[in-house]
Structure formats: structure tokens, C-alpha cells
Write a protein that binds this ligand. Structure first.
Ligand SMILES: [Zn+2]
Length: 137
């Protein structure tokens, strides 16, 4: 199945790019703060971010890759990252925690499924766009 990983590809093509995640690590969509959601004041840039699962750092560029990970592997990796970040403390009972993890995984799988492997994408407040087409096979 296809997943999203951090990449340096196309970094700097936009003036507002940043890359603090580790290239190749799994990413998910992070929580977006009120300033970025409203688009008022001084946005911090989280509305353009993919969040690295391992580094817990963000990047504006992600690549769609074919992965050998199983769905269970992904759920474990997402749960571990969300737990380390303290996000699951806010989730409530065990079923709600599981739902939060599954939602984060499904969000990535649904987006990754829309593009051929090798595509570099960006994100803007929940809407994704192609930054670089996948190389022709
Ligand atoms: Zn923000």
C-alpha cells in the first residue's frame, strides 16, 4: 500500500518551505493551529505541514511511496508517535484513542492512494497538491 514519507525533493521551490523532518520517515497530517486555520495574524506554517512520525518534526514536502508495511504496522507506528506527542492523552477512552489513531492512518492512506508512487505533494489546510509528478515508468 502507498504511504507518505518526508522528502527533500522540491524543498525551496516555494519561499515558505521548511524541512525539519528526517527524509524517508513516515509522515502524517498534524494538528493545525487557529492562526493558520483562520489565515489571520501571523500564521506559524503548521497548515502546510506534514508531521514526521519518528522525528516529531515537520516538513512541507512529502513523497508518495509504495510500502511493504502492513496496516497493523502503520497503526502501531502512528499510535506510538501520537502517544509520544501526548495527543492520545486528549482522546478519552480506549475506543476513542483507537479511533483517533485509525483516523490519522486513514487520512494518509486516502491521500497517498490518489497519486502514483514517486509523486511529491504539498498540503495546505487539508487540501493536497502535486509539487512534482512521479517519474514516467
Ligand atoms: Zn500553526
Amino acid at each position: 500500500m502507498k504511504v507518505l514519507v518526508a522528502t527533500e525533493a522540491t524543498q525551496g521551490a516555494r519561499g515558505d518551505d521548511y524541512s525539519w523532518a528526517t527524509p524517508g520517515e513516515l509522515v502524517m497530517f498534524g494538528t493545525v493551529c487557529a492562526a493558520d486555520l483562520r489565515g489571520t495574524g501571523r500564521p506559524c506554517g503548521c497548515g502546510r505541514a506534514f508531521a514526521g512520525l519518528h522525528s516529531e518534526r515537520a516538513t512541507t514536502t512529502a513523497e508518495v511511496v509504495e510500502s511493504a508495511l502492513t496496516l497493523d504496522d502503520l497503526v502501531l507506528a502512528f499510535r506510538d508517535s501520537l502517544d509520544r506527542g501526548g495527543w492520545l492523552d486528549l482522546a478519552g477512552n480506549p475506543q476513542e484513542v483507537t479511533d483517533v489513531v485509525h483516523e490519522a492512518v486513514m487520512e494518509v492512506l486516502l491521500v497517498a492512494d490518489r497519486y502514483p508512487a514517486g509523486t511529491v505533494i504539498g498540503t495546505q489546510l487539508g487540501a493536497q497538491y502535486v509539487r512534482q509528478q512521479a517519474p514516467a515508468r
